[in-house]
Design a protein around this ligand. Structure first.
Ligand code: NAD
Length: 477
């Protein structure tokens, strides 16, 4: 069975008798259960976060260097629990374990160390010469109690960026990924982060909605679907509560006609940018834009990529494509494969049904659709699974226009052997982030979407600023 349950930072276990049962994505067997938090637990956690924030000697008043030391200790504690974490994540949501090692252990601890360095190097106050006054002191302070709502796909990585600026935080992970959230709670305690600074409340969307509107919360950081983000933004608008929204995507991978298509050289990068975590990452470029002059070649390369990528048990080190996170997600992706066929897309590889030999678990067949119009549902809607659609284009300008013709704008890639030409196309696409010949969101730069992909930034100095507030103090002499 799964790890024992405690509630991080609050100091006592959730009060409910209800439990959330967690099943393995690969075998559908029960692998653990945790107590489900109630609204009373949210009240207690927010009160604890409030006390910890308002404490005159508490976390928010610590010197940045002391907070940075605590974040580095937390990074070390997480590193010590790395294998337990990746095992929990892979078992729960089916993320192949080698990918979980990058996303769920290297990223969170690197994020903590990055923000520790940033916070300790940043002056709390800076004084600028004035225009109408003698000078102005600009003071940066944490915002207060942050409610962090995170999805099931990369729970730890998304959690870390919200811990760093001196706020106290109440986190609600997805019910599908609660086991690793308890490992995080354990690491928070071991790192000596004061009680109430981090609380973790396993529960569903109703609990999330209650937390978002809680009177004791000062900011909401929501990562999840665009539909969920809309509901959260509506609640926050009524309360005039700041919110950052990291939402869905349907990004384009633009292959220019001078791109290197040798899978030996580009296969790893192409996989990471289009199919990582079995297609369940918000920034993946799942709309592949292929030049008409090399359309057939692009199809052949993608077909070879999909067919040569090992699919199987997520706990096996050689697996790169696993099951989907839940039965609902499996059904959703299977439905989209039917939609694509009904819309007239050509199935190059994959299609309906399960992969051979995978009778249990939330597996689907990784699917490549060719001859897709950008207006098709499978090109416009976020599928969140291993389904790629290939759309033809004539020139760079048309490629950028098709890439931007989406309700979303989160990630994307440009593939070319000419860096300047690639930059030109990258500049033209309406999106929050884009990679050239590969894609990994980098810690040092702002990450976030435009349009239906949300607003607000994580990572980089801009990501820290999103969790700080500014006060201007005017001096007259
Ligand atoms: P989801 O919106 O269903 O749930 C996300 C989290 O929000 C869960 O914890 C859920 O319980 C909670 N939630 C849902 N509705 C809520 C509401 N009205 N009020 C409060 N809480 C609510 O999303 P999901 O299916 O779990 O995750 C996948 C989605 O997340 C995809 O659309 C993906 O693109 C997106 N995502 C975006 C990013 C990003 O950084 N932009 C990162 C990861 C995932």
């Amino acid at each position: 069975m799964g790890p024992s349950c405690s509630s991080g930072g609050v100091g006592s276990a959730p009060s409910s008798d209800q439990r959330i049962t967690v099943r393995s994505a690969a075998t559908e067997e029960v692998i653990g259960s945790v107590p489900e938090a109630t609204e009373a637990d949210v009240d207690r956690a927010v009160a604890a976060a409030r006390r910890a924030f308002d404490d005159p000697h508490g976390w928010s008043t610590w010197e940045p260097e002391d907070r940075a030391k605590a974040l580095r200790r937390l990074a070390d504690e997480l590193d010590q629990r790395a294998e337990a974490t990746v095992h929990a994540v892979s078992s729960q949501n089916g993320m192949p374990i080698t990918i979980a090692r990058a996303f769920e252990t290297s990223y969170p601890s690197a994020t903590l160390r990055y923000f520790a360095d940033l916070v300790s190097a940043q002056p709390v106050e800076e004084t600028r010469p004035g225009f109408f006054v003698a000078s102005t002191t600009v003071r940066r302070t944490p915002i207060g109690v942050v409610a962090g709502i995170v999805p099931w796909n990369v729970p730890q990585s998304l959690t870390m960026s919200k811990l760093a600026a001196g706020n106290t935080i109440v986190l609600k992970p997805s019910p599908e990924t609660v086991l690793d959230a308890f490992i995080l709670a354990d690491a928070v305690e071991a790192a000596g982060i004061p009680e109430g600074v981090v609380s973790i409340l396993p529960g569903g969307r109703e609990l999330g909605a209650y937390l978002v509107s809680h009177p004791g919360v000062n900011k909401v950081a929501f990562t999840g679907s665009t539909a969920g983000g809309r509901a959260v933004a509506t609640a926050c608008a009524q309360l005039l509560r700041p919110v950052s929204l990291e939402l869905g995507g349907k990004s384009a991978a633009i292959i220019l006609d001078d791109a290197d298509l040798d899978l030996q050289r580009i296969g790893q990068n192409l996989f990471n940018a289009t199919l990582a975590h079995t297609g369940q990452v918000c920034f993946l470029g799942t709309r592949i834009l292929a030049p008409r002059s090399r359309y057939g070649e692009v199809i052949d390369v993608l077909e070879a990529l999909i067919e040569s990528t090992p699919l199987g048990d997520p706990l096996d080190d050689t697996t790169l494509l696993g099951p989907l996170a839940s039965r609902a997600q499996q059904q959703r992706v299977a439905d989209y494969i039917d939609v694509g066929i009904a819309e007239g897309a050509r199935v190059v590889t994959g299609g309906p049904g399960r992969p051979e030999g995978r009778e249990r678990g939330h597996f689907v067949r990784p699917t490549l659709f060719a001859d897709v119009e950008n207006s098709a549902r499978v090109a416009q809607e976020e599928i969140f699974g291993p389904v790629l659609t290939v759309i033809g284009y004539h020139d760079d300008a048309e490629a950028a226009q098709i890439a931007s013709d989406s309700q979303y704008g989160l990630g994307g890639t440009v593939w070319s052997s000419n860096p300047e030409r690639a930059m030109g196309v990258a500049r033209a696409v309406e999106t929050g982030t884009i990679g050239i010949n590969g894609y990994i969101p980098d810690l040092g730069a702002p990450f976030g979407g435009v349009k239906g992909s949300g607003y607000g930034k994580e990572w980089g100095p801009e990501g820290l600023a999103a969790y700080q507030q500014l006060k201007s103090i005017y001096h007259f002499e």
